[in-house]
Design a protein around this ligand. Structure first.
Ligand code: ADP
Length: 497
């Protein structure tokens, strides 16, 4: 058997990639699906449409490459995290649209939990900052709001799943109801220390335990696909949330190794090994994908606006025709003429945590041009990443030696060089930047012996380019000092003075 199938079920599209043993991307097919916005701040997906899109891209990828089920050693799944589906155990019909991670409809439920003093215990047990992002409050909302749902759930008629669980259940014809540790760790119902659903949290959020999936390692044979779906039974052997898969696909297997994904936002994850490090700096503690029965842990920091700031230059300001063009502008000028952009369009995340901070462009003088603005905006991605890297170092007590990168904006050489300069460590851009799907493929392939062990997988990791720090220390310090003043301006805006 020559290939591993990765199903990459993201927030806006479903994708299927077939990888070979050397980790080469042999074919890729994707399909977008509908984003449903019933009210401001609400986001939904149709879980049936997601399933259909997934099946369609899987079949299309197989026929594009001319392969049959017998050529595929296993299927690995990676998914948008936290998105919540509840469906009828007998009919397989979702009781409502899936509530997407971005959806803010359950903020009041979270505020109430925090007001009742449960914040610390949630944080301690789950590693998460209590928030409407995570699945727990979304399940409660569905059971409280959809007519008859709570009664049906208590009678054992309904099942809950994140998207991995939903897809595995559909692929196995409703025979297997499982999730993996990484996805479970994003529900706000899972105790990351005992590795079990937490009875107290279930009670707090009124979630009946019988609707929850069994939790398994990220690399394990969960079941087989129904014969007629893909023309044969294929082992479903790996699953993990998208950011954890990217960490695994980047071969960040040892404590202290980390990756940053530069997409719409940025997601930094650092492997912390057997230790669940409780952050003192606003980071989240989460479970990482691993091959053993006991999973490793990770620290995670998110930046809300990263590549989205480049889209802002292109779409709202109209000063770029494409995101890629930002490189030419940035290289036209030697610096930003002393100015900074803080793209706090929706507040600031770790390590600042201000919901009401807003964007700022500060330090402008008469010579400030379009090129300076583009350069300062690009640099803001690197400054924000720098701040999280330093927070992670403080929390983990491990100095950063290298940063592996992926995501759309890591294609920008100027940005990567500036990143290396700021953090003072090497930045590694791999040849395959489809690390999320690759991580899912590795997890599945390792479970069925397609790859032997982690060393076998590591041999596939090939570097495209290494960016080494080259900036003089005084200059670096001066730039970072200016950035911290700029952040203070954005934070000051939140104050009602
Ligand atoms: P997502 O998965 O979040 O949709 P991607 O990983 O596809 O994001 O990356 C797309 C983002 O990266 C966009 O926000 C875009 O503005 C930014 N981007 C893409 N190419 C470049 C580039 N060459 N330079 C800077 N930003 C870029």
């Amino acid at each position: 058997m020559q290939y591993i199938m990765a199903l990459d079920q993201g927030t806006t599209s479903s994708r299927c990639i077939l990888f070979d043993k050397a980790g080469n991307l042999c074919t890729s097919v994707s399909r977008e699906f509908r984003q449903i916005y019933p009210q401001p701040g609400w986001v939904e997906h149709d879980a049936v449409e997601i399933w259909n899109a997934t099946l369609e891209v899987a079949r299309a990828a197989m026929s594009k490459l001319g392969v049959e089920a017998g050529d595929i050693a296993a299927i690995g799944i990676t998914n948008q995290r936290e998105t919540t589906v509840v469906w009828d155990k007998d009919t397989g019909e979702p009781i409502a649209n899936a509530i997407v991670w971005q959806c803010r409809r359950t903020s009041d439920i979270i505020d109430a939990l925090v007001a009742q003093g449960h914040g610390d215990s949630i944080r301690q047990k789950t590693g998460l900052v209590p928030d409407a992002y995570f699945s727990g409050s979304k399940i409660k909302w569905l059971l409280d709001t959809v007519p008859g749902a709570r009664r049906r759930a208590e009678a054992g008629k309904l099942l809950f799943g994140t998207i991995d669980t939903w897809l595995i259940w559909k692929l196995t014809g409703g025979r297997v109801h499982v999730t993996d540790y990484t996805n479970a760790s994003r529900t706000m119902l899972f105790n990351i220390h005992t590795l079990q659903w937490d009875p107290e949290l279930l009670a707090l959020l009124d979630v009946p335990e019988n609707m929850l999936p069994e939790v398994k390692p990220s690399s394990a044979v969960y079941g087989k696909s129904e014969f007629e779906l893909l023309g044969g039974e294929i082992a479903i052997a790996g699953a993990a949330g998208d950011q954890q898969c990217a960490l695994f696909g980047q071969c960040c297997f040892e404590p202290g190794t980390m990756k940053n994904t530069y997409g719409t936002g940025c997601f930094l994850l650092m492997n912390t090994g057997d230790t669940p490090v409780q952050s003192q700096n606003g980071l989240v503690t989460t479970i990482a994908a691993g091959t053993g029965d006991k999973p490793p842990y990770a620290l995670e920091g998110s930046i809300f606006v990263a590549g989205a700031a480049i889209q802002w230059l292109r779409d709202e300001l109209g000063i770029l025709s494409s995101a890629g063009e930002s490189l030419q502008y940035a290289e036209k000028v030697p610096d930003t003429a002393g100015a900074y952009v803080v793209p706090a369009f929706t507040g600031l995340g770790a390590p600042y945590w201000s919901q009401r901070a807003r964007g700022a462009v500060v330090g402008i003088t008469r010579g400030f041009s379009r090129a300076h603005l583009v350069r300062a905006t690009l640099e803001s991605l690197a400054y924000q990443t720098h701040d999280i890297v330093r927070a992670m170092e403080r929390d983990a007590g491990i100095p950063i030696t290298e940063l592996k990168v992926d995501g759309g904006a890591c294609a920008n050489d100027f940005l990567m060089q500036f990143q290396a300069d700021l953090i003072g460590s090497q930045v590694y851009r791999p040849r395959c930047i489809e690390t999320t799907a690759l991580g899912a493929a590795y997890l599945a392939g390792l479970a069925v012996g397609y790859w032997e062990d982690l060393e076998d997988v590591k041999r596939n990791w090939a570097v495209d380019r290494v960016f080494s720090p080259a900036m003089e220390e005084p200059r670096r310090r001066q730039l970072l000092h200016g950035w911290s003043k700029a952040v203070r301006c954005a934070l000051l805006w939140a104050e009602d003075a």
